[in-house]
Design a protein around this ligand. Structure first.
Ligand code: HAM
Length: 415
């Protein structure tokens, strides 16, 4: 037996219905908010991510699935959607091609991480991006979409955390203050933090080592170093969230693991996921479109992990299977009549099945039970000769005869 690769999984019936439910709600929300779907390739040039996601990130340094293809090009299985969405925005001039450059995507992403609950090597994102709008109202709209997703899915105890990481004008001052503060306490921090202080000091805020927490909590807050335009922007975003009644908590530790963020960053945390508690994360990336060869356009978006949304769904999520009819055929005459009835029901838009191999009525009824059929239609015998069939209500056990030309409409009332 050749098993699936570590960190990947098959999504089987029983589970896949939850995925379809989450995807349905996500698509419906995008439709209501005016975001249109874009499907980009799973493979891209490696440099899209080294430039876009950023050379100093863990993703680019340690986690990418990259290879040289037969033509000698360096190819990467996308670890996130944002650089691809930016590439598509620039490559197809979506700014002009679309009424508004608000797009979403859904699909598999790949990161060579250590697998654990909520963290996989192939996982799936629902990704939302809005380009070219500077006004803080778009930050609030994107956060509203994210918050609506989590609340409409009924995920309990979700928490929205926000922060502002400033812009290239004000970030250097903050980073200087951060380095100065870290230097004083460097020897008290773990080895990872000491390494990060050289490679990417912002990552120190992500440290989960308990002994480091007191020092990290006392490190500078990026919001205290914002330039006037960044501060005004952040205040406006919070004002819009308050006006919408969306609860938020501000955390100076929310600096996010990707290099492109400017100004607003946010995450929604779930309470049932253990260590991998971010249901989704995102923020503004006002320099990325230009970095990737486009015009100087702003961007903001987020991505939700579909595995994590599915894990966090409440037990009571309405994921009921489609109610269906099952047709039981008696004798060879009954089989042909059953087959034509099966087609009539399906063509009328109803879900219907029958058993092809098992011939005994008992075996057919057993199958109807396993499929949890709502009604069973018994075709054959004397009724068939009279132009009738027998309908059995599988919930109450009641049975009655129905005239052949009334079957479809009668079944419809049950399904
Ligand atoms: P990210 O925080 O790296 O951001 O990932 C977003 C979400 O994807 C996470 O909150 C999590 O739910 C899910 N996720 C990430 N890695 C894994 C994994 N290994 N296994 C399972 N789920 C995972 C981004 O990817 C940005 N592109 C988000 C963004 C869009 N920013 C602006 N626009």
């Amino acid at each position: 037996m050749i098993a699936a690769i570590r960190g990947t999984h098959d999504i089987l019936p029983g589970e896949v219905e939850k995925w379809q439910y989450v995807e349905r709600i996500a698509r419906h929300l995008c439709d209501r908010f005016g975001y249109v779907e874009v499907r980009t390739p799973v493979i891209e040039r490696e440099e899209l991510f080294s430039k876009g996601t950023g050379e100093t990130t863990d993703i680019v340094q340690k986690e990418m699935y990259s290879f040289t293809d037969k033509g000698g090009d360096r190819i990467t299985l996308r670890p996130e959607a944002t650089p691809s969405m930016v590439r598509a925005f620039v490559e197809h001039n979506l700014e002009n091609a679309l009424a508004s450059a608000k797009i979403f995507a859904m699909g598999p992403m790949f990161r060579y991480e250590r697998p654990q609950k909520g963290r996989y090597r192939q996982f799936h994102q629902f990704d939302v991006e809005a380009f070219g709008i500077e006004d803080p109202a778009i930050d609030a709209e994107v956060i509203d979409l994210a918050w609506s997703l989590v609340t409409e899915l009924g995920i309990p105890q979700a928490e929205l955390v926000i922060n502002s990481v400033g812009c290239p004008a004000c970030r250097p001052k903050f980073q200087e203050a951060l380095l100065a503060a870290v230097k004083d306490d460097l020897s008290k921090l773990c080895g990872d933090c000491q390494r990060r202080s050289v490679t990417n000091p912002l990552r120190i805020y992500d440290c989960k080592v308990p002994a480091d927490q007191a020092v990290i909590d006392a490190l500078p807050h990026s919001v205290d170093y914002l330039c006037e335009p960044c501060a005004t922007h952040f205040t406006a975003v919070k004002g819009y969230l308050d006006a919408a009644g969306i609860p938020w908590r501000q955390s100076h530790r929310l600096v996010r693991g990707l290099d492109y963020y400017t100004r607003t960053t946010f995450e929604i945390l779930g309470q049932t996921l253990g260590a991998q508690n971010a249901l989704l994360g995102g923020g503004r990336y006002d320099g990325l479109v230009k970095t990737l060869g486009g015009a100087d356009r702003t961007g903001i978006g987020f991505a939700a992990g579909l595995e994590r949304l599915v894990l966090a769904l409440p037990d009571a999520a309405p994921i009921a299977a489609t109610p269906r009819a099952f047709i039981v055929a008696i004798g060879e005459d009954g089989r042909t009549a059953a087959w034509t009835l099966l087609r009539s029901l399906r063509r009328a838009g109803l879900a219907a099945q029958m058993e092809f191999d098992a011939r005994s009525v008992r075996a057919q009824m057993k199958r109807a039970d396993r499929l949890a059929a709502r009604v069973t239609l018994i075709v054959g015998g004397d009724e068939l000769a009279r132009g009738e069939i027998t309908l059995r209500d599988m919930v109450t056990g009641d049975q009655h005869a129905i005239a052949h030309d009334a079957i479809v409409e009668t079944v419809r009332t049950y399904l």
